[in-house]
Design a protein around this ligand. Structure first.
Ligand code: NDP
Length: 288
C-alpha cells in the first residue's frame, strides 16, 4: 500500500504559518494583505471556489473582497474594474475567477492585472518569467504540487516526471517548475500516443486532465509517485480524481487522494502568493 500524500493536513499547516506571518506583519506595519477576487456570472462551481477563497483569507487575517459582475456585463466593465483594483493601494492581490462566460476574453483580462498583483501567476509577463527560470508569482496549483512533493521528501532532480495535461494554468507551469527542480520532464496531452506506456516510465506522474479515473494501475511504474490534480463531478454527485485511486494505490509508492490532496494545497498557495505580493508591494523583507 502506498504512502498517502495528505494535502489537506499539509495545507492546514501552511495556512497557519501564513496566518502567523500576516499577524506579525500587522503588528509591525498596521497593514494587512488585501486580496480582490472577481467573479463574472453565477457558475455554481466558481461560486464555491470563490467562497472557499474568501473563507480561507478571513481565517488567515487577509482582507478579502469579492467583486461580482453579472453574466451579461461587458468586457469593458470587467477591464474598468481591474483598472480600479490595480490603482487601489489597499489591494495587493487580484484574481479573476476562471472560466469567464463565453463573450469574455480571459487572456485580455488576465493581462490587464498589474503583474505584481497577479497572485494566480497567469499574467503573460509572469508566465514568461517562469519559462525563463526567473522569480515570479507561480500558479497556485503547480506550486501546491511542488510543495507536497518537497514536504514528503520525494526526490525530484534527475527523476522522470510525466505530466498528463498541457493547460496554461496547470500542465505547462507544472512542467516549468519540475524542469526548474531538475526533473526530466515529459508533457502528454490528448494527441499523445501510447499514453499508458509513456506513463509507466514516470518516477513522478502528475495527472491534470479532467477525466474521472482515466489513470489506472497499468499506467504506473511500481513505486512511482502519483499526483492527482483532477477534480471531476461524477453522475452520483461524488468527486473523483483523474486517477483510479483504488487500483493505483496498490502499485504506486505515494499517491494523493481526491478530495483532500491537491485542492486544499491550491488555496494554501493562494494565501502564500497574496502574502508574497503584500511583501513585494509594501517593500517588506521576508523576515518579521
Ligand atoms: P484543461 O481542460 O484546460 O486541460 C486538460 C488537458 O488534458 C489538456 O491539455 C488536454 O489535451 C488533456 N487531455 C484531455 N483528454 C486527454 C486524454 N484522453 N489523454 C491525455 N490528455 C488528455 O484542464 P485544466 O488543466 O484546467 O484542469 C485539469 C483538471 O484539473 C480538471 O479536472 C480540473 O478540474 C482540475 N483542476 C484542479 C485544481 C485543484 O486545485 N485541484 C485546479 C485546477 C484544475 P489537449 O491540450 O490536447 O486538449
Amino acid at each position: 500500500m502506498s504512502t498517502i500524500i495528505r494535502g489537506k493536513e499539509l495545507a492546514q499547516t501552511l495556512r497557519e504559518k501564513t496566518a502567523r506571518a500576516v499577524e506579525a506583519y500587522h503588528l509591525k506595519t498596521h497593514k494587512r494583505p488585501g486580496l480582490a477576487v472577481i467573479q463574472v456570472g453565477e457558475d455554481p462551481a466558481s461560486t464555491v471556489y470563490v467562497n472557499n477563497k474568501e473563507k480561507a483569507c478571513q481565517a488567515a487575517g487577509i482582507r478579502s473582497s469579492v467583486h461580482r459582475l453579472s453574466r451579461d456585463s461587458s468586457q469593458l466593465e470587467l477591464m474598468a474594474l481591474i483598472e480600479q483594483l490595480n490603482r487601489d493601494e489597499s489591494i495587493h492581490g487580484i484574481l479573476c475567477q476562471l472560466p469567464l462566460p463565453d463573450q469574455f476574453d480571459a487572456f485580455t483580462a488576465t493581462a490587464a492585472i498589474k503583474p505584481e498583483k497577479d497572485v494566480d501567476g497567469f499574467h503573460p509577463l509572469n508566465a514568461g518569467l517562469l519559462f525563463l527560470g526567473r522569480e515570479a508569482p507561480v500558479p497556485c496549483t503547480p506550486l501546491g504540487v511542488l510543495a507536497m512533493l518537497k514536504a514528503y521528501k520525494i526526490p525530484i532532480a534527475g527523476q522522470h516526471c510525466v505530466i498528463v495535461g498541457r493547460s496554461n494554468i496547470v500542465g505547462k507551469p507544472m512542467a516549468q517548475l519540475m524542469l526548474r527542480e531538475n526533473a526530466t520532464v515529459t508533457t502528454a496531452h490528448s494527441r499523445t500516443q501510447n499514453l499508458p506506456e509513456l506513463c509507466r516510465q514516470a518516477d513522478i506522474l502528475i495527472a491534470a486532465v479532467g477525466r474521472a479515473r482515466m489513470i489506472t494501475a497499468d499506467f504506473i511504474k511500481p513505486g512511482a509517485t502519483v499526483i492527482d490534480v483532477g477534480v471531476n463531478r461524477c453522475s452520483d454527485g461524488k468527486l473523483a480524481g483523474d486517477v483510479d485511486f483504488e487500483s493505483v494505490s496498490t502499485v504506486a509508492g505515494a499517491i494523493t487522494p481526491v478530495p483532500g490532496g491537491v485542492g486544499p494545497m491550491t488555496i494554501a498557495m493562494l494565501l502564500q502568493n497574496t502574502l508574497d505580493a503584500f511583501l513585494r508591494i509594501e517593500k517588506l523583507t521576508g523576515e518579521v
